[in-house]
Design a binder for this molecule. Structure first.
Ligand SMILES: [Zn+2]
Length: 469
């Protein structure tokens, strides 16, 4: 009989599963995953960690709770590395749906200016719940609109209550329409306020310890909306407190022209000059870097997040994930703000990454395992957290998904479970575990407060959009 070190049964045993313990990554360049799968295996969870794994012929440990996965696919929890959760208060907002990125932003900024603690908390709660159903167990969130103080404090309450792993990105904007930026004056802040609040949030919430449930990072919004001095000061603050750095970079074609006119440099040169070109940094989108700039950022250790649905629905280009990964860059996946992608489903984004890469590079260029590697290990690396997230090696955080096996969409999938999972969807989480806690069970969220939150979210969203609830 197999026991853990205390001699007690493990808390949870998931047996009879098709286990993807680590999704195979690009070879041989990145080293981000050699791949480890077990057909008919088991995995034991204890104290929020993966305790042990084994094949069907290896003895299973005793456990307090035994779940028969009935042959279903089990993967590491997906990790979301770019989002603006508050935007689910203005999803599919009719006056903005057909705008360009800048038209869309200009239309919505005044709506977002009414954000308060209640609506920030509610939108984060809804986003986390929605992400859990799509198999996501850790998310970052780039909160850059600050019409009122302490919105990130309100935000962090939601994942803490739920038990969802969270990296809050303390976003910032300093340049309003009065200074040639896009946002209205009410949602930007002065540099001193931003830096003081950043330090306060790090000292209050950032947990650098293994198994942390909340970490902070610092995230000026983009070169369009912050000053060069806040970019530099933020990089220094991040180094001082050993937290990560995030921003939007090279999302729009106009950024090259803007950067040359305003800063006299290309966007990547600007990032480098501001002290951001190192492995503390990951950037959202990163579509328009030149081949030489791609090589420079990859060798500096900067990571990038591809946001497939957002890029396509806003009719922009997308990061060349395949090329960037072959250069050794960590490329993760994000759903982006809920008003641009209009959904928060990491399975769908992983499938989007598969489709985009194959559409650009051909059928032999990119597999479902490559895409899964992006949304697990690639994303975990974006967050500087690949030591214990994005894989299920013993000792990793017990963040995993048992995927539902739809009798219709999985009918006929007999020769490749991972390709079948990503090609023949949609796929939903049957069970989602975070830190060993089962937050989705049998396809249902285990959140007692969800109905109340949804009702209050509807009221807040209607008020923001100026319509009746
Ligand atoms: Zn974004």
């Amino acid at each position: 009989m197999f026991h853990n070190v205390t001699g007690m049964p493990t808390e949870t045993l998931i047996r009879n599963a098709y286990l993807v313990l680590e999704a195979q990554g690009p070879q041989p360049h990145s080293g981000s995953g050699t791949g480890w799968e077990i057909d008919g295996g088991w995995i034991a969870l204890q104290d929020g960690r993966v305790h042990s794994v084994g094949t069907s012929s290896e003895p299973e440990p005793q456990a307090q709770t035994v779940i028969d996965a009935e042959g279903r696919l089990v993967t590491p929890g997906l990790v979301n590395t770019h989002h603006h959760m508050y935007q689910n208060l203005t999803r599919a907002y009719a006056p903005a749906v057909n705008g360009t990125l800048f038209q869309w932003l200009t239309e919505l900024y005044p709506r977002w200016a009414v954000l308060d603690e209640e609506s920030t908390y509610l939108s984060t709660y809804v986003a986390a719940a929605e992400l859990l159903l799509g198999g996501c167990t850790t998310s970052s969130d780039h909160m850059y609109v600050h019409p009122r103080p302490k919105l990130i404090d309100a935000q962090i309450r939601a994942p803490t209550e739920i038990g969802f792993r969270f990296m809050a990105n303390r976003g910032s904007m300093t340049r309003s329409v009065e200074d040639g930026g896009l946002p209205p004056k009410e949602v930007v802040q002065d540099e001193e306020t931003i830096l003081e609040d950043s330090e306060r949030l790090i000292s209050t919430y950032h947990d650098p310890n293994p198994g942390a449930m909340v970490r902070m990072s610092l995230a000026p919004c983009s070169m369009f909306s912050v000053s060069e001095s806040i970019m530099r000061a933020t990089a220094e603050l991040a180094e001082k407190h050993d937290v990560r750095l995030h921003t939007h970079l090279a999302e729009d074609k106009d950024e090259d022209t803007y950067a040359l006119e305003v800063y006299g440099r290309r966007p990547v040169e600007y990032l480098e000059d501001c002290g951001w070109a190192h492995d503390r940094t990951w950037v959202a989108h990163y579509i328009y870097g030149s081949a030489e700039e791609n090589r420079r950022l990859a060798s500096a250790g900067v990571g990038a997040t591809q946001c497939p649905s957002s890029n396509m629905i806003l009719a922009g280009d997308t990061a060349d994930a395949r090329a960037l990964r072959e250069m050794g860059m960590s490329v993760g996946i994000g759903c982006d703000g809920s008003s641009s992608a209009d959904s928060a489903d990491l399975w769908a984004e992983t499938r989007g990454a598969l489709l985009l890469a194959r559409h650009s590079h051909g059928p032999a260029s990119f597999s479902a395992r490559d895409a899964l590697n992006m949304s697990t290990l690639g994303s975990a690396a974006n967050l500087g957290w690949a030591d214990e997230l994005g894989h299920l090696r013993p000792g990793a955080c017990a963040d995993l998904v048992i995927w539902e096996s739809s009798p219709l969409s999985q009918a006929g999938v007999l020769t490749d479970r991972v390709e079948g999972w990503l090609r023949s969807g949609p796929a939903r989480a049957q069970d989602t575990f975070v830190a060993g806690r089962r937050l989705v069970a049998g396809g249902e969220l285990q959140l007692a407060g969800l109905d109340d939150v949804l009702s209050r979210h509807r009221t807040a969203a209607a008020a923001m959009q100026g319509v009746s609830a």
